[in-house]
Design a protein around this ligand. Structure first.
Ligand SMILES: C[S@@+](CC[C@H](N)C(=O)[O-])C[C@H]1O[C@@H](n2cnc3c(N)ncnc32)[C@H](O)[C@@H]1O
Length: 448
């Protein structure tokens, strides 16, 4: 292939791509990297790859640039019920236990397909849940599906698939969950389509776990056949981040060839007949207060807890911290009790209302969440994360004009911050990054 890039330039660029997108191009894959740049250059307005690479190397990548590069550098290979044993294990071994133990007020299930490609994996999860969980409509189900490549996400959201996506699928799949279209194409049923939320997320960035990206308190994360394209140090970082996104006892599914990344001590590999899943270890149980033991011969004393001194009343920052921690661990019912207490004690504290909003949101009470968020922005009109959350709520409900108003407010406030300023209540999101996220949400909304 004729080109103008020196090996030095290719080495620099492959390092750059690894840093910003995780993708690892060893020298033997430089022809792929070169092909990607040659295809991307015209999209960036360049006629030659040398100027394009020089320009890209000269400043940190924007989200838009990452999208263009991802469109040309990622590998999109996937199909329905890929490595299907993992779906069977979830349906037969893991879900029944959760369904039993969460029957009360904790009726929520949270799944994430990270690196979802064109959506087959996320839809397989949705279909598996429909078949495995009785009365699924009584549950608050989240299936988040993210990818760095906008073209894949677009196709995923359309839900139209050709024969190749069904190459290993069970025979009932097409008949029961798709409508046939012309030309051997099939479209997924609307009730399955609407179970999955597709979003852009670059796993090489620090935007997860976060309430803002809805990537916290996950029960199960699928990140399969993604990290095999990553540099080892980057994939280790991703695994560490994903670990923090899971509830205690939650599960990570990796591709069959990606086993080594999870042997870092963060997870316990569990070998189910035919597939390995990685479990986030449970928190150690809380220390038990021993009852007073009666001395032999004495009258037994009525057992009561030994309380040395009344427990201190936690102050607001402490309550905020514990509420946040519980919410992040997915202990939503407990978190809500604490959040209710918090807003009673701290009526004028916008952060308390915001936190409560995030919890009720996860429990599926959208109007209640919107009310709490409105209270938060009433108390603090500069509360960027709350404006953003209100915008997302309205967008998900199809109220696009209202969504745009909230997102514009957030952008206006972000404009007054420095690019690298960390936003309060965003778990490490910078102002620059959120502005980019909002920018592309608005673009997508306009395009749709
Ligand atoms: C081979 S596909 C795997 C799809 C699916 N998980 C499966 O196992 O069938 C790899 C996916 O990872 C995505 N990917 C690569 N780098 C990524 C990154 N930095 N952040 C998010 N997704 C990424 C690619 O765009 C692609 O869709």
């Amino acid at each position: 292939m004729k080109h103008e890039l020196s090996n030095l330039r290719l080495a620099q660029f492959s390092e750059f791509v690894a840093t910003h997108m995780g993708l690892h191009f060893q020298p033997e894959r430089w022809p792929d990297l070169l092909r990607g740049v040659q295809n991307a250059a015209p999209e960036f307005g360049f006629t030659d790859e040398e100027s394009c690479v020089q320009w890209l190397l000269s400043a940190p990548l924007t989200r838009q640039q990452i999208k263009v590069l991802a469109g040309n550098l990622t590998v999109g290979e996937t199909y329905f019920f890929r490595e299907k044993r993992v779906f069977e294990i979830l349906a037969e071994r893991i879900l029944p236990e959760w369904v039993q133990s969460r029957r009360g007020c904790e009726r929520h299930l949270r799944f994430w397909s990270a690196g979802c490609c064109t959506g087959e994996e996320a839809y397989s999860l949705a279909i598996m849940l429909r078949r495995a969980v009785p009365a699924l409509d009584d549950w608050q189900v989240t299936i988040l599906a993210t990818d760095v490549n906008p073209r894949f996400l677009h196709k995923a959201a359309a839900g139209v698939f050709g024969e190749w996506s069904f190459r290993n699928a069970p025979t009932w799949l097409k008949e029961q969950y798709f409508h046939r279209l012309e030309g051997n194409q099939c479209v997924i049923l609307p009730e399955i389509r609407q179970m999955v939320q597709f979003e852009h997320l670059n796993l090489a960035e620090d935007t997860y776990p976060s309430l803002l990206t809805d990537t916290n308190a996950m029960d199960v994360i699928f990140c399969r056949n993604v990290l095999m394209y990553f540099a080892p140090a980057q994939s280790q970082r991703v695994v560490e981040h994903l670990h923090r996104c899971l509830v205690d006892g939650g599960w990570l599914a990796l591709g069959a060839t990606e086993t080594t990344v999870a042997s870092s001590g963060h997870f316990t590999p569990v070998n189910f007949d035919g597939a390995i899943l990685y479990r986030k270890s449970e928190r150690p149980p809380a220390p038990v207060v021993m009852p007073v033991t009666p001395v032999a011969g004495e009258m037994p004393v009525v057992e009561q807890p030994r309380v040395a001194s009344p427990p201190p009343v936690p102050d607001a920052p402490e309550m905020l911290r514990s509420t946040r921690e519980m919410a992040n661990q997915g202990r939503l019912a407990e978190a809500l009790v604490l959040a209710n207490k918090l807003v009673r004690a701290e009526k004028m504290n916008p952060v308390a209302h915001y936190l409560r909003a995030m919890i009720v949101l996860e429990l599926g009470a959208m109007p209640e969440a919107a009310k709490a968020l409105q209270r938060a922005v009433f108390l603090d009109p500069d509360f960027i994360s709350a404006h953003f959350a209100l915008g997302n709520l309205a967008r998900n409900a199809g109220r696009l004009k209202e969504a745009d108003k909230h997102l514009t407010n957030a952008l206006f406030l972000l404009d007054r911050c420095g690019q690298d300023d960390l936003l309060p209540e965003s778990e490490g999101m910078t102002a620059g990054r959120l502005a980019e996220i909002i920018g592309s949400i608005r673009e997508e909304t306009l395009a749709s």
